[in-house]
Design a protein around this ligand. Structure first.
Ligand code: KDG
Ligand code: MG
Length: 408
């Protein structure tokens, strides 16, 4: 048997997704997620213009060989576009292999190491009351862990904070449909550093010590600012502080580590194991934040997480709404199978997305399970997908109050 056809499906059920469909000569279909938020069409074109013709006729069972062929064979290695394209091929081939075996993917990865996967939700609010309502709402839904983001007095709309009122949706959509250009937001680290510790203090007062609290710094602090922040919030026992400093600078995390015991997570913008080499071998982080979709797929993530395991570092796989249900399923199968699982991010997709992608995940009291369908357990309805045309949407750009473009 061999790969008979390769198709790329771009759909926008409320947000953009790029999905790869690989069909074998005897009709088995595998799905892969290739969504790169705000740069979707570059991955779609990489797949359809370059990889599709190379894949036709290949043995679909040779997953490792195909991965190495696409990675080493390109000469141009790494980067989010290349690695998202390779990830999609890899996921689709694992989906096919598991369907052929008649097993859910996690069985091929060694079987379940746990009964379910603890997930965290996104609680946010422009002020403390809205934030507190969001946390209460998620606790009532059964969540045991929440990521907390909030408005900062003196600043306007901040990335990661839902503008919707309580009772609507507590989370946020990362990309905005703002025409040809990204929306712009303003930022001031000094006001943020002065405001946030008090927010965590009030959350602990109101919700007690059981709740797992996570926070995302979105790469906005300098190393010394991040060290101060991590130290200041130590009394509030964060589960993790994510992306405290810009992702390119691995050694910045040494400074944070020297000053604080707050657990650190990083990696949603990384795309290979090499981005983590210093971080893992020097034990500068506690959680690996890569998305399966952006880090070369299941093959590469399994190796990365096994490497992290040697150093006592656990998983915290990226799972916002710009990871499609296919990418989310890949994460859940890995989460269930690996030993060094930490936590899984979960931002539920909207109804339109779930019309396009039929999933078999189940949620119970704060834990997700990928289901026991053969393969990844997600099927895309091409007719439903065809009804949602691609619409440009971008992540916002962040500027300081004086207009300087800033990290985020
Ligand atoms: O596309 C980027 C978003 O998914 C990302 O900014 C969300 O930071 C994020 C997170 O932790 O989920
Ligand atoms: Mg993040």
């Amino acid at each position: 048997m061999s790969i008979a056809s390769v198709d790329v499906i771009v759909t926008s059920p409320g947000r953009n997704f790029v999905t790869l469909k690989i069909t074998t000569s005897d009709g088995i279909v595998g799905w892969g997620d290739a969504t790169l938020n705000g740069r979707e069409l570059s991955v779609a074109s990489y797949l359809s213009e370059h990889l599709a013709s190379m894949l036709i006729g290949r043995d679909e069972d040779r997953i490792e060989d195909t991965w190495q062929y696409l990675y080493r064979g390109a000469y141009w290695r790494r980067g989010p576009v290349t690695m998202a394209a390779i990830a999609a091929v890899d996921m689709a081939l694992w989906d096919i292999k598991a369907k052929k075996a008649g097993m859910p993917l996690y069985q091929l990865l060694g079987g379940a190491s746990r009964d379910g996967v603890r997930v965290y939700a996104h609680a946010s609010g422009t002020d403390f009351e809205a934030l507190s309502n969001a946390i209460t709402g998620y606790r009532e839904l059964g969540f045991t862990a929440v990521r907390v983001q909030t408005g900062v007095p003196g600043l306007g709309q901040i990335y990661g904070v839902s503008a919707a009122g309580p009772g609507v949706r507590y989370d946020y959509e990362p990309a905005k449909r703002s025409g040809d250009r990204p929306a712009e937001e303003t930022w001031d680290t000094r006001q943020y550093l002065n405001h946030m510790p008090g927010v965590f203090s009030k959350i602990r007062e109101e919700f007690g010590t059981d709740l797992r609290i996570l926070h995302d710094g979105h790469h906005r602090m300098s190393p010394i600012e991040a060290a101060r922040f991590a130290k200041d919030v130590e009394p509030y026992d964060l589960f993790w502080l994510e992306d405290a400093t810009p992702g390119e600078d691995q050694t910045a995390l040494r400074l944070i580590r020297q000053h604080s015991t707050t657990p650190l997570a990083i990696g949603e913008v990384f795309n290979t194991v090499y981005d983590y080499q210093t971080l893992i071998t020097e034990r500068l982080i506690d959680y690996v934040r890569s998305a399966v979709t952006h880090t070369g797929g299941i093959t590469a993530m399994k190796k990365l997480l096994d490497f992290a395991a040697i150093y006592g570092i656990r998983s915290g796989i990226h799972g916002p709404t710009d990871i499609s249900p296919v990418g989310m399923a890949a994460a859940l199968h890995l989460d269930l199978a690996i030993h060094n699982f930490g936590i899984q991010e979960y931002m539920p997709h909207n109804e339109q997305t779930l019309e396009v992608f039929q999933t078999s995940f189940t949620f119970d009291k704060g834990f997700l399970h990928p289901g026991d369908q053969p393969g990844l357990g997600v099927e895309l309805d091409e007719q439903a997908a065809g009804a949602f045309e691609y619409t440009k949407a971008y992540l916002p750009v962040n500027r300081l109050l004086d207009g300087t473009v800033h990290d985020w």
